[in-house]
Structure formats: C-alpha cells, structure tokens
Design a protein around this ligand. Sequence first.
Ligand SMILES: Nc1ncnc2c1ncn2[C@@H]1O[C@H](COP(=O)(O)OP(=O)(O)OP(=O)(O)O)[C@@H](O)[C@H]1O
Length: 652
Amino acid sequence: MASSATFTTTQLPKFRALLEEWQEKRAPATGFTLPLSELRPTTKDASKDVIVAFRTRPPLPNEAADKFHANLDAEDASTETVEFCAGVTVASAEPGIFVAHVPGMKWNGPTLAHKTYEADLAFGPDVKNEEVYQRTVAVNDLLSLSLSGGVACILAYGQTGSGKTYTMESIEHHIARDLFDVARTVGKRFVQAQGSETALTPEVESGEIFEFNVTFLELLGKHASDLLETTDKFDEQGNPIRTEIAVREDKVGNVRPNLISTGVRTSDDLEELINKALSHRRTTATLRNAKSSRSHALLTITIKNTLLPYAEEGQLILVDLAGSERYEDSKEHDKQRMEEARENNKSLMNLKECVRSKAKMAAEDGFVHIPWRSNKLTMLLKPIFDIESRQPSKAMIIAHVSPHIQDTVHSTNTLSYAAPFLTIPPKPRGPMSYDAEDPRTWDHGKTVQWLTTQFTKLANKSRLAEWKVKAKQAELSGKRLKPLGEDEQIDIGVDVLEICPPGSTAKNLGVLYTPQFVEACLAAQTDQKLTKDQLKMWAVDVIGNLFYLILTAKTRKRTEIMKSRKKLVTDDVYGAAPRELDDDAEIHEAQMVLGPEWYETIDNARKTAKEMGGDTHAALVNTRAGLLAKFRSLKAQQEAKAKEAVDGRDEE
Ligand SMILES: Nc1ncnc2c1ncn2[C@@H]1O[C@H](COP(=O)(O)OP(=O)(O)OP(=O)(O)O)[C@@H](O)[C@H]1O
C-alpha cells in the first residue's frame, strides 16, 4: 500500500495549485483579541476548566527534502527536492481556527478538501515561545492557581516531530523564570493578611512562604520510571534500566508514585533540575535509537504553603505526551515497539475520554463518568480528573500539528482529538431550586446563617476546651469552676457579613481557593484575642465543610442522573449507549492506517445514501464496519510479518 505521504508528494505541484486557488478566495485571517502588552490574567474567562490551543511550527531547513522526497525508490533519492506545501492554515488566532488541507484523489485527478477545526487559541508558525507562554500559562494565571492549593496541568499533544517538546521545554523554562516571583507576590499578600502575628523571619517577610518539590516521571508503554534516577545499567536494546515505579492509589486514594522528590528554592535550582531531567530523557531517547520521544514525561512541581500546613498542596503538572505515531510509520517496529505504540495510543485515547468528560461536566454542570482509573497516565493526573477532588483545577491542552501537507491526515486526527473539548454547547441553566443540603442553591441570608453556625460551633468548641483546662487547674487547687452558661452570648471572632457581603452567596464562596477564603476571614477578624493561627484553622475547617457539602450534593445528584441516564439508554430513547473506549482507540488507529481512504469512503457512502434517499446513519455504520474489517486484516498481516521478523532474528 503506497503511503499517503508518498502519494501526496508525487502530486505536490497539483496540490500547491489547488491550495493557491483556495488562498486567493479565502477571507483574511483574524488575529488575537488583545495585543501582548494588554494581556492581564483578569482578561480571561476564569470559569473555563479546559483550555485548548493549536500550534503549528515552521518547516525546518531541508526538512522537506529529507522527509518527503518524491520517489522513495529512486536510486539517488538525495537529489530529489520537494518544495513546501502547507497542510494547515490559521484562519483565526482567537478563537483559534485552523483549516486543514486534506489531499484526496477522484477519477478526474487530485482534490483538496478544507476542514475547519476550532479551539480557544491558534498559534501559527511565526508565533514565538514567549508569546505562547504569555497567552496560555500567564494569562490564565496557572501559577497563582497552583500557589493557591489548586492543580494546573499543561499537556502537549501531537504527531512525532510536530513541536511538542519545543513548546513544553520552553514553558518549563519560563515557569522556572517566573514561578518564584509570582510566589513572592502571592506570599507577601498572604503574610500581610495575617497581620503582625506571623513570625516575621526575613524569608516570610519577603513572601517566601512556599516549599517547592519536583518529580519527573517517564511512562513508556506500561512502564513507569523515575527520570531523576541516574543509572549505568542498560538492557539488550540499549534502554537504561531504572527501578520500575508502581502507579496505584494508596489507602486514602492518593496516587503518589515513589519518586525522587527534590526540593528547590530558586529559579536557578529549578532550571538546573529541569535540565537534568530533560537531558536524561534525551539520552534515553537516543539510546533507544529513536529520534523521537516514545514516552510520556510528567514533570510535577508540588507547592506547599508553610503558613497553611493543613491545607491541600498545589500542583503544577507539565506533560509532554508521547508522539502519536501513524500505524504505517510503525510498520517496521519490533514487537516491543509495536506494543509500546499500542499502549501509547490506548493511553492517549483514554486521556481524550477523560478530558472530554471533564469539559462536558464543566459545560453542563452535569455529572459525567470520568474513566481516569483505566490507565496509568490518567491515574497520574487524578487531581485533574477525579470529581471528588476538593482542589480547583485547570487543564491546558496544546495540540501540535506538522506544517506539511504530507502530514495532513495525521494533523486532522490531532485536531479532531482536541476539538471536541470545546464543541459541547453549555446547557442553558435556570436558577437551581432551593435545596437545604446543596450550598449552591443558598441565598445570601441562608449562607450567612450557615457561616455563623459554623463559626459558633468552632468558637464553642474552643471555649469548651479552654474551660476544661481551667477546670482541671481549679480542681487541682481544690476549687470548682462555674459551669459554662448554655445561653451565654458567644463572640465568634469574625464579622460574617464581611466574609459574605450582601449579594454574595455560598456558591461564590465555593469557587474561592482555600487561601483566599482564609485571607477573607483574617480580614474580617473582630476579636483580637483570637490568635491568627486559630482563625486560620477555623477558616480551613469552614471552607472544607462547604466544599464537602457541595461535593456531596454533586455526588448525590450525579447518582440520580446516572440512574436516569441508564434507564434512558436501556429504554433506547437516549440513542446509542456510549461507545466502548477500545472501539474508539481502534477507530483512531484505523483512521491513521487507512488515511484519506477512511474519510473518502465514508463521505461517498453517506452522499450516495443521501442521494438515494436512504438512511445515512446506517450507511455510516456499515461503511465503518467494512473499513474496520479491512484495517483488522491489514493489522493481522503486519503483526504476522513482524512476528516472522522477530522469530527470524531469534533463530539467527
Ligand atoms: N515553533 C517552532 N519554531 C521553530 N522550530 C521548531 C518549532 N517547533 C518545533 N521546532 C523544531 O522542530 C523539530 C521537532 O520538534 P520537537 O522535537 O519539539 O517535536 P516533538 O513533537 O516533541 O517530537 P517527538 O514526539 O518526536 O519528540 C525540532 O528540531 C524543533 O527544534
């Protein structure tokens, strides 16, 4: 089977002419909403849980000649040179719109279809790394989120060689540059909110209240290892042998692999550590005799607020995903690499399912099952996907595509992988009806009443504890302390109306980060006898209870909704039951193997059904089943060949 890239290359002049024709007619591209100099975190929609960006890179010098010479069988292939022909065009930078130019073939010659894909942002080949960082990480305030006990995750996805590592390494270095400055600003504000009671060491005074720890994990196929572990042992294939790391939930539900965790205090420390881990990854890739990275790499920075030791730690998770390989590119692989490629595809499909469900949940305020336990990659991203997690989180996906038309089939896969995260229209939501057990439905009065009860309970508890100590002392000196009066007026130590001013409700408080709520409580303190530490502890307790109530209400409603959905599915009213994940992975793989044939055959079958007045859905289902059968047979042949090759090598 001639590869689609070779086919496109041989027809390149015709595709270039078709592209020029399209370019002449198209509307001019639109740019970003704001220039870089006017970007501020406040200019973004803070409620978005998943942000999607597309990026394409420029063609590299000599790349076309190296990669796509027209006649692969020519005796002196190096003399062949091929000019560049774009496979994608940026139609709009914000919202992001990429047009993919899909080559095809009809009876009257080559055709070029133009497919549109949408994201939040689209970065063309001229956009530099600094701008990508500013428009993704900086403007969405991901550093502040992780410094406030939340989880921020940035994922780079795309075909091998499309520029993932280029983007991620630059983001990592920019984060190393900025993280400590942002931490000082956030830290100083927090220290000021605490007033004079914090022990003002020079570090605390300058806002250095955070502890940072870094881990670096590599996931190759099913095997996890620690990229910070130095090794001088290698297996037969040249793979460095590192300790296998278990990825599983512990008794309390955390997924904390046993990795080397290194504390960092400055930008230079972090920079040095990132360089070390990246060099290990590069060496590993080279030793495996692969130019590309076949593994997922997860750099995690855990951030602890030392002035809030009982609150959740924040996390910044940076993921450079393995290159999604075309099946036809992996034909020559040995058994182990085929297995890795299959595992990678599976984990990428599972990740897609999780991100899509998360985006859907945010859009609908509904309750969707997120299958994060199905795979090690998504297990490692548990704080992002577990709906029972109390930490606020944000995921940023940067989908990368090659600029070449020879890669368009793969580019459309990448773009269609990322695009559905956005396409779910938010459900119109009326006001939720009052539910005493769901804080999201409370009005201002009910919220103030609840907060007052909470602080009263805590004040009572500490009054009782104090009384017990005094009573013991009195007893020792032969006296009896007067019992506590039941209806004595209790000073709760804070002005609840300042924490929740008119117009604000429990729903507004529920979206605050824990440190923000603590700051609000410290600012509302009325009883100066109450120590700041005690008030901080109360505040963490109260906001924790509020999160818990919201979570319980969500979970309760989720169970109800899941039950009713199940019923709808069995009653066959809701349409087809959700597709099996494995099915989805297989379809994705089949699209890669069959390339344009997949899309064209389905398009033609649908058109024919429409023209004949037939059932287009049935035509789609039947044609897809036929294509899948063809793919399975091709795959079986490939596997048999690979097995033969491996057996042959073993015999030698
Ligand atoms: N935006 C860009 N501008 C200039 N050069 C780029 C850009 N993006 C990527 N490159 C270059 O393209 C080549 C491939 O990029 P990179 O290694 O980041 O790809 P990748 O998607 O991580 O590939 P793999 O999956 O194989 O690791 C590199 O030489 C890189 O320097």
